[in-house]
Design a protein around this ligand. Sequence first.
Ligand code: FAD
Ligand code: FES
Length: 293
Amino acid sequence: MSGPVQADAEVVAVRRAGAYHRLVLLAPAIAGSVRPGHFVALAVGGPASSMLLRRAFSVHRAEERGRSGGTVEVVLAVHGPGTAWLAERRPGDRVDVIGPLGKPFALPREPVACVLVGGGYGAAPLASLAEGLRARGCAVHTVLGAATADRLFGVLEAKRISDSLEVTTDDGSAGRNGIVSDVLPDLLTRTRSEVVYACGPMGMLAEVARIAAAHGAHSQCAVEETMACGIGVCMTCVLPVVGTDGVTRMVRACVDGPVFRGDAVRWADVGTVPTDALGAPAEPLAPMTGGLR
Ligand SMILES: Cc1cc2nc3c(=O)[nH]c(=O)nc-3n(C[C@H](O)[C@H](O)[C@H](O)COP(=O)(O)OP(=O)(O)OC[C@H]3O[C@@H](n4cnc5c(N)ncnc54)[C@H](O)[C@@H]3O)c2cc1C
Ligand code: FES
């Protein structure tokens, strides 16, 4: 597998999908080396923009061939000026993209039962992961959750690929009224799943990792830490992770992740530098204030 590539990509399509936008970019040099869980970093605002930092997005789909000849698709929620700019792109526009970035999900060697959990647009990388797992003979059970029906992503695709699908919304506007962790314990027991893959908000990931561990399942969580450089240089994206030697280190989500073992992340300490982390100052650091652009 080759490393990240920078490409001046043509926009092939921008489509609404509920509360989200699906952005398809022509990027043959990147598409061929994307694995489920990889992300791409998109430049925003055009050449004269004051928005210097790239924005990170999980890859939803990477098609190596096809009519356009190598595309990368991301699913974006408009959050601030960078994502608003991307949502306004039209076919034929250009977007500078770097990818694939980060470490992808690891697939099990044996054909075991797996549960995939997606929160909101966190479902984006799970469809291609499900296909990869099915190709290895794994059973795939999916749980998708969101605050409201329009914030669910990939329900039809998940229904097609998965052996079973459960949907939850906080307000009951689709599926079961509740959150993904309400259905996960019973699903793990019923399906005897050995691996749980999750992507979504940090609170959801913490809960999924806890439930997986309580059921003796291995979990892999794709985290979304605030990023600046995206290539391992600036240390903006660090979070406390316990190594196999039992030592906590502040590791970079952009190059050491974004996929981590759920039982290795110190979820309660994310956003801090624990004083027992390797190289940490004796006194706790004050939380960083101010914004990134
Ligand atoms: C690995 C990874 C995968 C992601 N996948 C998706 C996805 O599939 N779909 C999606 O809609 N969003 C995704 N995000 C979040 C997305 O990167 C942010 O919503 C986006 O950067 C916000 O930019 P903005 O200009 O709209 O907002 P602003 O808040 O104005 O952003 C200001 C700055 O903060 C940084 N920033 C702000 N929020 C985040 C965040 N949540 N994560 C990382 N950097 C942030 C931006 O890089 C930018 O430099 C992902 C983030 C990471 C780290
Ligand atoms: S975002 Fe700069 S080191 Fe990770």
